[in-house]
Design a protein around this ligand. Structure first.
Ligand code: ZN
Ligand code: ZN
Length: 255
């Protein structure tokens, strides 16, 4: 059964929820200001290469939060202007509360919340309904625009958004595979998830969102987009050398 939480309980349970999160972690809060403890937890999670999705709603994110979140490649920051809900969830627990993910609120405000445990049959439906709602908010949210800290490579004309629109227009491309073997499945060069074969878009959506934060085309990835075998690839060179040689005439590559 859902459990009532006071301010102290909420802070404690959010920490626990982040610490125990496996693949799923959503932090939904209009305002963001992270305490040292929370920063540490998010850093650890980031080092484990686990994705954290944060949806916030107040555009004026202070520079300190910005500088902290920017280098965390596995944190996806989304912006939804009319967000007022506060909700925190991992793979099996969820907290719905009045409390923002905001240091001051955790120390000073009078807040209330409810802890929901997905493994409890009485709570499972609430968890699933709230998760669906979060996903709806997420799909209508904007990417938060991090400007790169340093320009590692001379800026290329290709921006991520153009890059995506290019994907849609490849139908007319002169290099479209015509008599190419039926292989249409490729792999995400970062996580190896299977996806549509297209060396110009060698990431799954999740990995692309993370990559886009820096848009570093030479950042080293782990897999060949075409054969899926372990290989030092990058957005610029998404295939192993054998796959590149075999396919360079029939598929369009970034270079
Ligand atoms: Zn991926
Ligand atoms: Zn390959």
């Amino acid at each position: 059964m859902a459990k009532f939480l006071t301010t102290i309980d909420i802070t404690y349970e959010i920490q626990k929820l982040i610490r125990e999160a496996n693949d799923t972690l959503y932090l939904v809060s209009p305002y963001l200001k992270l305490s040292v403890n929370f920063k540490e937890l998010l850093k650890i999670r980031n080092a484990d290469e686990k994705i954290t999705r944060i949806i916030f709603g107040k555009q004026e994110l202070n520079p300190e939060e910005l500088n902290f979140l920017k280098p965390l490649r596995f944190v996806i920051l989304k912006y939804y202007q009319n967000l007022h809900a506060k909700c925190y969830l991992n793979d099996d627990k969820m907290i719905i509360t009045s409390m923002n993910f905001y240091e001051y609120s955790m120390q000073t405000n009078k807040e209330m919340g409810v802890l929901i445990d997905k493994s409890d049959p009485a709570d499972e439906q609430i968890y699933n309904d709230a998760l669906s709602e979060i996903k709806r908010i997420l799909s209508n949210s904007d990417d938060f625009d991090f400007t790169p800290i340093v320009e590692k490579t001379p800026s290329k004309e290709k921006t991520p958004s153009k890059f995506y629109s290019k994907k849609q227009s490849t139908v007319n491309s002169k290099k479209q595979p015509t008599n190419y073997s039926k292989k249409e499945e490729g792999f995400c060069i970062r996580c190896k998830k299977s996806l549509k074969l297209n060396p110009l878009v060698p990431f799954c959506i999740d990995c692309f969102n993370i990559w886009k934060k820096y848009s570093d085309e030479e950042y080293q990835e782990k897999y060949c987009h075409i054969c899926g075998k372990g290989n030092k690839t990058s957005k610029l060179k998404p295939a192993c050398i054998e796959c590149y040689r075999k396919n360079s005439k029939v598929l369009e590559f970034p270079i």
